[in-house]
Design a protein around this ligand. Structure first.
Ligand SMILES: *Cc1c(COP(=O)(O)O)cnc(C)c1O
Length: 221
């Protein structure tokens, strides 16, 4: 538990240093603490240490711990960073504050419908499959700009930025560079890229938020 606080302090420091090296203000990069697989009692100390942005990859798992934690820490900002099924759109819109994984028409529509119903206009990110990996979620990079446009015009979604997860076995830099270029073309500001193994590289390429799990919470069983 003390480890997590120490880890949190260290990653914040490294984020600041990476920002400085990139000539960017440290405050321009947000830290999303990825708490998937960890329980409320593991997450609470990190909240107490002042961390407020968290990422979860499954709707159902998040429903099991966040309503309770939110009562104690109402200003939490919870991001969905895992694939979403359209039949879970209702729960996702009710629980999360940002959906980072919009990658197809059906999801865009389901989310837009739910946001209208619940009168909760959440910012979303479009996930881009920069490595064109078959097993990975995300839109084809060649379709990304058009898809952002459709999300906005046809569905009225607020697209805040783009998100990617580079292929594990490749150098991440070119994937981050591609995401940054697409964001410019699509006219979106935010770039959610960089995980525990590559966040400093991501910051060099313009990440505005990094998603860190194991660097804070330790390895997942
Ligand atoms: C699990 C996960 C992370 C965090 O991964 P670490 O390597 O533990 O930092 C970041 N982004 C997504 C989409 C994830 O699923």
């Amino acid at each position: 538990m003390n480890d997590m606080i120490d880890n949190l302090r260290k990653v914040r420091e490294r984020i600041e240093q990476a920002a400085r090296r990139a000539g960017r203000p440290a405050g321009s990069i947000s830290l999303v603490a990825v708490s998937k697989t960890f329980e409320a009692r593991d997450i609470r100390p990190v909240l107490k240490a002042g961390q407020r942005i968290f990422g979860e990859n499954r709707v159902q798992e998040a429903q099991g711990k966040w309503p309770e934690l939110r009562q104690e820490f109402p200003d939490v900002d919870l991001h969905l960073i895992g694939p979403l099924q359209s039949n879970k759109a209702k729960e996702a819109v009710a629980l999360f504050d940002v959906i980072e994984t919009v990658d197809r028409e059906k999801i865009a529509k389901a989310l837009a419908d739910e946001m209208r119903k619940q009168e909760r206009q959440l910012p979303v990110y479009v996930q881009v499959n920069t490595g064109l990996e078959e097993q990975k979620a995300g839109v084809d990079p060649r379709m990304a700009v058009d898809f952002v446009d459709r999300c906005r015009r046809a569905h009225g979604l607020t697209v805040a930025g783009l998100m990617c997860i580079p292929p594990l076995e490749e150098t991440p830099g070119p994937h981050f560079a591609l995401l940054e270029k697409l964001a410019g073309e699509a006219g979106v500001e935010r770039l959610s890229m960089g995980m525990s193994g590559d966040y400093e590289t991501a910051i060099a390429f313009g990440a505005t938020s990094v998603r860190l799990g194991s660097a804070i919470f330790g390895s997942r069983s």
